[in-house]
Design a protein around this ligand. Structure first.
Ligand SMILES: *[C@@H]1O[C@H](CO)[C@@H](O)[C@H](O)[C@H]1NC(C)=O
Ligand SMILES: *[C@@H]1O[C@H](CO)[C@@H](O)[C@H](O)[C@H]1NC(C)=O
Ligand SMILES: *[C@@H]1O[C@H](CO)[C@@H](O)[C@H](O)[C@H]1NC(C)=O
Ligand SMILES: *[C@@H]1O[C@H](CO)[C@@H](O)[C@H](O)[C@H]1NC(C)=O
Ligand SMILES: *[C@@H]1O[C@H](CO)[C@@H](O)[C@H](O)[C@H]1NC(C)=O
Ligand SMILES: *[C@@H]1O[C@H](CO)[C@@H](O)[C@H](O)[C@H]1NC(C)=O
Ligand SMILES: *[C@@H]1O[C@H](CO)[C@@H](O)[C@H](O)[C@H]1NC(C)=O
Ligand SMILES: *[C@@H]1O[C@H](CO)[C@@H](O)[C@H](O)[C@H]1NC(C)=O
Ligand SMILES: *[C@@H]1O[C@H](CO)[C@@H](O)[C@H](O)[C@H]1NC(C)=O
Length: 450
């Protein structure tokens, strides 16, 4: 009896070991909380509530107390066994990190308060989304990088303090830039140190072109994404720690001279960011949400906005001298009346042509493939726009060529609620993950949205 039992146990152990599940993390951001239908969560290993403020965990009197939902709210959305994580920070929220990192006293008190919060609210993991240690945030022209150099040195100490405080039972992940320009804190010296501290690294393998460029390139080509991942590996990160990131939006950029633009890369754009670092709003993104594929229907019961908010979803319009911007606020400059302006929700847009969503639909319909770079794109000569995005095929190709081939730990998606057009992209990610690890994590078990 003894031997056969042992053999059976060994066989079971081997079977279990080979059933390793690829990490499949999904962010749920507070602006997009539409969940996919039952079944679409199969395979998910981490759901990440985004974002808590970076200042939240600073010791009084600096901390601000935005409520953070209990992990149970998210736990019932995902398969049993999946981990629930809290993401902190995000684009433009770096002040709390800079402060919390600065001295040993701050690092320890930040880490203690964070650990306490995670335990109280029953989280299994925390994701530090600092964009970026060392600078290059939205304020980089007013607060230059030089004044943030200390962050590059204290960043590993900050993460060490957090990992020590949360212990081995809880996971620590970091979200890191895909653009090399922003990798100031991820060098050949710091890489191995950071790698030894964290459990997972979410590489933001997208937005590889952004408003700080003046020539077009793909935002997330297979070639660009592979280079970004290889850069992290060359700087000391184990492939098994790395997660490749997929985004559920298409990016657009205004071309300076569309007539001259015959290849997807290297076309001059208009000025996309002012010298003072603010967005000229001549670039942007459209998410894969259902309504973005639909004709715009303007409600007949609009009232004049009293709080400056307007547009789709508000039943409010701007007054006769102001336009409603793509971001749903009233104003009279190009930022409001130009590209993305919501006609019918205030003063007529300067650009009386198609809406940005109509242009998006055109791009999705007429997309071309750049086989050299491995990317979908569309040059809209009529509207002078360059578009860049991932199709379902691109998602699978990246999975095979990067995640599998470079033996990465897994993938993440930003974000769950941005793909409501039949969850096509989410479905593609799920198919890729499950083709790799078919047993997943069992069935989705509760469809109730909190
Ligand atoms: C940001 O800082 C790094 C050095 O810390 C520097 O190499 C980089 O060029 C800076 N970026 C900008 C836009 O100034
Ligand atoms: C375009 O960007 C490159 C690299 O950032 C820079 O060297 C160049 O001066 C820019 N050109 C113009 C015309 O702004
Ligand atoms: C735009 O490009 C076309 C084709 O290269 C060229 O003929 C035209 O002069 C350019 N227009 C401007 C305003 O630069
Ligand atoms: C930045 O520069 C633009 C263009 O000159 C200007 O319209 C805007 O008000 C400036 N923003 C800030 C915050 O200074
Ligand atoms: C406008 O009508 C819609 C239904 O069509 C309704 O849901 C909404 O509350 C109304 N808004 C106002 C401000 O009356
Ligand atoms: C429209 O609103 C803006 C901002 O509140 C105000 O300055 C402007 O005078 C208003 N115009 C009209 C015609 O009411
Ligand atoms: C604004 O647009 C509407 C509908 O397209 C049009 O009927 C109206 O004449 C325009 N108003 C102005 C001042 O151009
Ligand atoms: C996998 O990587 C190798 C070496 O980098 C490369 O030659 C091969 O083409 C890759 N396979 C895929 C499917 O991308
Ligand atoms: C699903 O979640 C809701 C909301 O918390 C709860 O009332 C319900 O009992 C749950 N259903 C199952 C099957 O767990």
């Amino acid at each position: 009896m003894r031997i056969p039992t042992l053999v059976a146990a060994l066989i079971a152990l081997v079977a279990f070991a080979t059933m390793a599940t690829a990490r499949y993390a999904v962010y749920l951001d507070d602006g997009h909380r539409n969940l996919p239908p039952p079944g679409m969560m199969t395979g998910v290993t981490h759901i990440i509530n985004a974002f808590a403020s970076s200042s939240h965990f600073l010791a009084a009197p600096f901390g601000t107390a935005f409520p953070i939902s209990h992990a149970d709210v998210f736990r019932r959305m995902v398969p049993a066994g999946a981990k629930v994580c809290l993401a902190i920070g995000g684009w433009g929220d770096t002040d709390g990190f800079g402060q919390g990192c600065a001295t040993q006293w701050y690092r320890n008190s930040y880490a203690q308060k964070l650990a306490q919060t995670l335990n109280e609210l029953d989280y299994d993991c925390v994701d530090i989304d600092w964009e970026f240690p060392g600078g290059n945030g939205p304020d980089y022209k007013t607060i230059p990088n030089q004044s943030k150099e200390f962050e590059i040195e204290c960043y590993p100490l900050f993460l060490r303090a957090i990992k020590d405080a949360i212990g081995d039972k809880l996971e620590l992940s970091i979200a890191v830039p895909g653009r090399e320009q922003n990798m100031m804190a991820y060098t050949a010296e710091t890489g191995p140190v950071l790698d030894s501290i964290v459990d997972a690294v979410h590489v933001m393998t997208y937005d590889l072109m952004n408003r700080r460029d003046n020539c077009t390139k793909h935002t997330q080509s297979l070639v660009g994404v592979t280079e970004a991942i290889e850069l992290y590996i060359s700087r000391g990160f184990h492939p098994s720690k790395l997660n490749l990131g997929y985004v559920f939006y298409a990016s657009w950029f205004t071309l300076q001279n569309a007539t001259a633009c015959v290849t997807p890369t290297g076309c001059r754009t208009e000025l996309l960011e002012y010298p003072n670092g603010t967005d000229t709003l001549r670039s942007g993104a459209v998410t894969f949400e259902f309504e973005h594929y639909q004709p715009l229907i303007i409600p007949s019961n609009l009232t004049i906005s009293v709080d400056g908010r307007c547009g789709s979803g508000t039943f409010a319009r701007c007054n006769a001298t102001e336009c409603c911007s793509q971001y749903g606020s009233c104003g009279s400059t190009y930022e409001y009346c130009g590209t993305g302006c919501q006609n019918g929700y205030g003063m007529n847009c300067t650009d009386t042509g198609p809406t940005i969503n109509e242009k998006f639909v055109q791009a999705m319909k007429n997309g071309e493939y750049d086989a050299n770079e491995g990317a979908h794109y569309y040059i809209d000569h009529q509207e002078s726009l360059f578009w860049s995005w991932d199709t379902e095929e691109d998602i699978q190709k990246k999975y095979d060529a990067v995640v599998k081939n470079l033996t990465l730990g897994g993938v993440f998606v930003w974000s769950l609620g941005e793909d409501t057009d039949y969850f096509k992209h989410l479905r593609a990610v799920q198919a890729a993950v499950l083709s790799d690890a078919p047993q997943g994590y069992g069935p989705y078990h509760n469809t109730t949205v909190a």
